[in-house]
Design a protein around this ligand. Structure first.
Ligand code: 0GY
Length: 293
């Protein structure tokens, strides 16, 4: 089956913003190649092949040091493309897996040895069929014993009914893509303010200041998303991480220039101290604690 959305940018610019040494792309994907790693039959979209070699080339082109490869729904619970990429990365990639309850303890340990440090729970209705919360809770209880954390993806409009569940999960929770606010409603909008209240009240909840290209109404250079990212970076400087989201699955309006996405960092994290925390210290604490010290 052919891909059903745009291909990633063929020739990203060199960022004007120079990333600090050791910067981590803490949200990116590998897709396929489908010949070696077929997509999941239950997927809701079919991506273009985005193999590890392209991801590593982008990492080097942008001046990044490490990748956190997040399992996307198009590969379902088959984490083998991500595991294969981690094995080829010489320690410079870690992973976030999607697993079901059927996974054995031995297979969880094998994922851990391969570099997985989190599971991802997805509540975005267009991407997955719903998983019962009790199932997610049982998975959470098993993976925290390995020292993993939990990455959650939801749309802002669906947040409030999820709050009791999210706040009852053990360990660290990392929210994808700024909690997907409705950018048209502005930073003062009820949805984003509700998300800030959740973060204020729960010091174990972290957030990714990612995806201006996905959240924007105005389009590049994403002026409308900057206040959201900057609010999160300045308010939660020790609980925020950043990533490219390459190869940008499901982007139908435009395909971002990944160099321009790096340039957004300087606008949401305006000081060297905030940049160091966002790009290096925080993701290292979560994904490479043995190096972070
Ligand atoms: C992302 C965002 C999307 C896709 C997925 O797992 C996924 O398929 O997360 C999306 O379509 O919003 O994180 O790449």
């Amino acid at each position: 089956m052919d891909a059903d959305y745009l291909a990633f940018h063929p020739d990203p610019s060199v960022p004007k913003f120079m990333l600090p040494p050791g910067a981590v792309d803490a949200h990116c994907h590998v897709f396929g190649p489908a010949r070696d790693f077929p997509f999941a039959p239950e997927r809701k979209y079919t991506p273009v092949d985005a193999p590890k070699e392209k991801l590593f080339a982008l990492r080097d082109h942008l001046g990044l040091a490490r990748n956190v490869i997040v399992q996307a729904t198009c590969h379902g619970r088959d984490n083998s493309a991500m595991v294969d990429a981690m094995a080829a990365a010489n320690g410079r990639a870690r992973g976030v897996a999607i697993v079901g309850e059927e996974i054995s303890d031995d297979d969880l340990v094998a994922l851990d040895r391969a570099g997985v440090r989190a599971v991802r729970f997805n509540f975005v209705k267009r991407l997955v069929d719903a998983t019962p919360k009790d199932t997610y809770r049982r998975i959470a209880e098993r993976v925290v014993r390995l020292g993993w954390h939990i990455v959650v993806y939801f749309e802002a409009a669906d947040l409030q009914p999820l709050v009791p569940f999210l706040t009852s999960l053990p360990g660290v929770i990392v929210v994808d893509h700024m909690g997907r606010p409705d950018v048209a409603a502005g930073v003062q909008g009820a949805g984003f303010q509700g998300f800030l209240r959740l973060m204020d009240a729960n010091p174990d909840i972290w957030v990714k200041a990612t995806c201006p290209e996905r959240l924007t109404v105005a389009g590049p250079p994403y002026d409308d998303v900057i206040p959201f990212g900057r609010t999160l970076v300045e308010r939660y400087p020790s609980r925020v991480i950043w990533g490219t989201d390459w190869p940008h699955p499901n982007m139908k309006s435009h395909m971002p220039d990944d160099g321009a996405l790096v340039d957004v960092v300087a606008r949401i994290a305006p000081t060297p101290a905030l940049q160091q925390a966002l790009l290096v210290d925080n993701p290292m604490r979560l994904y490479w604690p043995e190096v972070a010290g």
